[in-house]
Ligand binder design. Sequence first.
Ligand code: ZN
Length: 175
Amino acid sequence: MGNLKNKETVTFASPQEMCQYVVSGERDLYNLETEDYIFKYNEGGSIAVYNLSREEAEELEKASEGKEYWGAYLGVGGSIYDDEDYEYRTCEETNMSYFKKNFEEGKWIDVTPARVEKKAWWKGFMYSAFHGLDEYGNPICKDVAIYHCSRCGRKTVIQENYCPSCGSKMKKEKR
Ligand SMILES: [Zn+2]
């Protein structure tokens, strides 16, 4: 039945990994068994959770044509789980409490619309790094370039094409 069958299944080794996937990676997920649909709700890291029957989910996938996220078609009825550190946090339960309960539950599929290509770039910074001691016992420091992912903040010395943390495709030209 429907298009959702062809979607990629995603598994998580820990609640933290799931949090990184949804919040840093801005990926939308639907669970074929628990029927929860979740997506990042705001820049503070809150997530929205809607319980949608398989039928509703299939309809949303059809309506969005894989170009718009399902949340755009949904009204009130979802639950919000704020990040623990979110300055406007209102609810007792946090995004992490949701991930803890659900990271191993059922069968998660990635329903992020294709149009939303996650773009980021490596931001370069010069750091003074310790390179051992000279013959008089004074520290030797050398400047090295460290790059931060503009989306998730991961640090690296190699500018890879994709960020290994959040999966963003990295643009080369921008600094
Ligand atoms: Zn990243």
